[in-house]
Each structure stands twice: as structure tokens, then as C-alpha cells.
Design a protein around this ligand. Structure first.
Ligand SMILES: Nc1ncnc2c1ncn2[C@@H]1O[C@H](COP(=O)(O)OP(=O)(O)OP(=O)(O)O)[C@@H](O)[C@H]1O
Ligand SMILES: [Mg+2]
Length: 376
């Protein structure tokens, strides 16, 4: 209950009644999908829940951020693809013990493909060729086995750090021929994901169906919380609990953290959850994030106008910068994942804690043990 720190699944996974059925319907139709959401909004949790916990689909999960080159990414795809035909550590075996590997490749009955992979690794092919080959291998193995493999790329926006931008064109042109692979892309920086998947001139335009993951539904989260607290005989002021959840705007991680603090404190102090405890829990969790906020703010201050514009958005102040400057600053802040567009010319701070932080006018208030101005 209310786990934080790593992705959640199973009993810790709070249902997403709105997103899950749509996501599964796309999966059942082998429809390529792009899921976009801000940082810490539960993308990986959603994937873990469906693939790892419910185990309904064969899949390969790749976190692009954990790869330092296109070559390592391709090798990881190859390794996972060959696991479907019961060969472990394909790439390592290729470099270490070719002989025994060739024996097992001969048994996988996918004509030639194993040997081609070995050839490519031994000859140290161009990374881009190896990448195309890795994707083709996933499809060939899926065809051979008569299955559809879901190939999941987490933190997809980082792929352009591994290779030149034309990697997107390459991926798209290869992927469109893969009848037995469903591609799933997850990404955090909304504007970059939008640029890749929704810009008419992008090779990925219309390739995947887009699912935008919002925060957790307030009513669902409230119902789940009540159930958990009731089961454990925790007493609480319903209205205050509800207001706290509303305050957190469904932010999955911050909600998990604040609710966990409420639960722990109610237990430790052996008293019902009231307005005071809610404010204290929020206060504690926001202050806990202070170092991270400070870093973010310093980073904003190194870029011209960035801090000023973010500060104004948080405090509802109209910016008086020339419109071209304002426009460029907005775009840059969107690309950093700091703000998102809610309406024409209207932006909001993505991170609710950052927003509250920026609304504290007296710097002393935000000292480490400080009290924040919080209204519930
Ligand atoms: N469905 C959910 N039920 C309960 N808690 C959740 C849920 N989704 C997310 N969380 C909470 O949010 C935290 C972050 O979730 P997760 O790591 O899945 O997000 P993410 O979008 O993949 O983040 P990142 O951008 O860092 O990769 C989890 O550790 C958990 O506390
Ligand atoms: Mg993630």
C-alpha cells in the first residue's frame, strides 16, 4: 500500500479504470501505442502491471535510458528475442563460446536468422545495421512461433541521444513491415513525444495510437485509500482526507508519499487523521523534495528568463516579456518537462510540489524544517 521509489504492481497498483481497458483493447488489436505522461506519473507501473503481473502478453521490455549506445540497445533486443527460443545470453555466447551457440542455433528452426545474428556481431557491423537486424529478429521469431510480441521502449524520447535523428525514420520504416510485433513507446517529456508522434512531418505521425496518462482519478484514489485505512482500523476525517487527495491533483507519486506519511503517523501517534495531520504530511513531503527543487530552480536560473516565466506561471502573474521571447521560453520549458500547455497560451507547472514551492514568498519559510503556507 502506497509504495514509492520504484514502479508498483499487484496489490500496490491503484486501478486505472480509464486507461487500462483502452490500453488492453489496443494491445488485443496489435495496435502500436504511445503513452505519454510527465515524470513519475506511473508509466512504468502501468506496463509492469499488465505485462509482468497480469502476464497476458509475450513481451520484450527495453529501457532506453539504461543503454549508452545504439549497439548496446540492439544487443539487448537480440538477447531478449533469443530468449523466446530458449537461448540465454545470446550476445555474450557469440563472443565467448561460438561453438556451443552454433549448436543451439541449429535447433531453433528459424532458418538462417541465428547465423546471421552471429555473423553481424562477430563482424562488428555498423550499429544502425545491427539495430535493424535486432528488430527484424524479433519479428522473425514471433512469426516462427506464431505469436505477437509486444516490444516496449521505455523513455523513448532518449533514443535520439543514442543515434542521429534519422534513427526515427529507420525505425519507422522497419517497424511498419513487422506484422508480428506491436510497438509500445513510453516517454516523459510530453512535448518531445508529441513532436515524434503527432507532428505531421515526423516519420511516426499516425504510426501509434496515443494515450495520455493523466494523474490517478481522484475518486478512485479516495476509494482505495478509504478501503486501505478501514482495513487497518485507521480513523480519519473524511473531508480532510478528500481535500488532501484533491490538493495532490492525482499526482501518483506525491499522493503515494503523502498518504503513506498519513498512515505511518496515524499509527505512530495512535490518533485519527485530522486537518493538522494532513497539513503536516503535505508539508513534510514537500520539504523533503527541497534539494531537488533547489537544483531545478538553479538550473532554471542559468537560462535566460526561465525562472521568471515559471515563477509567474506558478503565481498567476502576467509576463511582460516580448511575445517572441515568451514563446521561445515556453517552448524550452515544455521541452524540459517543467510546464505543459493547458489551453491556448495558457500553461501550468507540471510538478505540483514545485508550484507550491514557488508560491512561498518568504524564503525563510522553506528552510528544511520550515512551515509552508498551505491551504486545505
Ligand atoms: N497505478 C498506481 N498505483 C499506485 N501508485 C502508483 C501508480 N502509478 C504510479 N504510482 C506511484 O508513482 C511512482 C512512480 O511511478 P512510475 O515509476 O511507474 O512512474 P513513471 O512515469 O514510469 O516515472 P519515470 O518518469 O521516473 O520513469 C511509483 O513509485 C508509485 O509510488
Ligand atoms: Mg518509468
Amino acid at each position: 500500500m502506497f509504495q514509492s521509489g520504484s514502479p508498483v504492481k499487484g496489490k500496490d497498483f491503484i486501478d486505472r479504470k480509464k486507461h487500462l481497458p483502452l490500453f488492453k483493447a489496443y494491445l488485443d488489436n496489435n495496435q502500436h501505442i504511445m503513452i505519454k505522461a510527465p515524470r513519475r506519473f506511473g508509466k512504468t507501473s502501468l506496463i509492469k502491471q499488465i505485462f509482468d503481473y497480469e502476464k497476458n502478453y509475450p513481451y520484450i521490455y527495453i529501457d532506453i535510458r539504461l543503454n549508452h549506445s545504439l549497439e548496446s540497445l540492439s544487443k539487448q533486443i537480440l538477447d531478449k528475442a533469443y530468449e523466446f527460443v530458449k537461448i540465454k545470453n545470446f550476445v555474450r555466447q557469440t563472443t565467448e563460446s561460438l561453438y556451443s551457440l552454433i549448436q543451439s542455433v541449429k535447433t531453433i528452426s528459424i532458418p538462417d536468422i541465428g547465423e546471421i545474428s552471429i555473423d553481424m556481431i562477430v563482424k562488428k557491423s555498423e550499429p544502425i545495421e545491427l539495430f535493424i537486424h535486432a528488430l527484424d529478429t524479433v519479428n522473425k521469431i514471433a512469426v516462427e512461433k506464431g505469436i505477437n510480441i509486444k516490444l516496449i521502449f521505455d523513455e523513448f524520447q532518449d533514443i535520439t541521444n543514442l543515434a542521429e535523428k534519422h534513427i526515427l525514420e529507420v525505425l519507422r520504416s522497419v517497424a511498419q513491415h513487422h506484422e508480428n510485433v506491436t510497438y509500445i513507446f513510453l516517454g516523459s517529456i510530453e512535448s518531445i513525444m508529441t513532436e515524434i508522434f503527432e507532428n505531421k512531418s515526423s516519420p511516426f505521425f499516425h504510426f501509434a495510437n496515443v494515450i495520455k496518462l493523466n494523474g490517478l482519478a481522484i475518486e478512485e484514489l479516495f476509494a482505495y485509500t478509504k478501503e486501505q485505512f478501514d482495513e487497518r482500523n485507521i480513523q480519519y476525517d473524511k473531508e480532510m482526507l478528500y481535500k488532501t487527495i484533491v490538493f495532490l491533483q492525482g499526482h501518483p507519486e506525491y499522493s503515494a508519499k503523502v498518504l503513506q506519511t498519513l498512515y505511518i503517523n496515524a499509527n505512530l501517534e495512535n490518533k485519527p487523521i485530522d486537518k493538522q495531520s494532513c497539513i503536516e504530511a503535505l508539508n513534510f513531503r514537500i520539504i523533503e523534495n527541497r534539494v531537488y527543487m533547489d537544483e531545478l530552480i538553479s538550473k532554471l536560473k542559468t537560462k535566460k528568463y526561465h525562472f521568471e516565466v515559471v515563477y509567474n506561471i506558478a503565481n498567476n502573474i502576467k509576463s511582460h516579456l516580448p511575445s517572441a521571447t515568451l514563446y521561445n521560453t515556453h517552448v524550452s520549458l515544455e521541452n524540459m518537462g517543467i510546464i505543459q500547455k493547458v489551453d491556448r497560451g495558457k500553461f501550468e507547472i507540471v510538478d505540483i510540489f514545485l508550484k507550491i514551492f514557488l508560491q512561498q514568498h518568504d524564503d525563510k519559510m522553506v528552510s528544511l524544517d520550515g512551515k509552508l503556507h498551505l491551504e486545505l
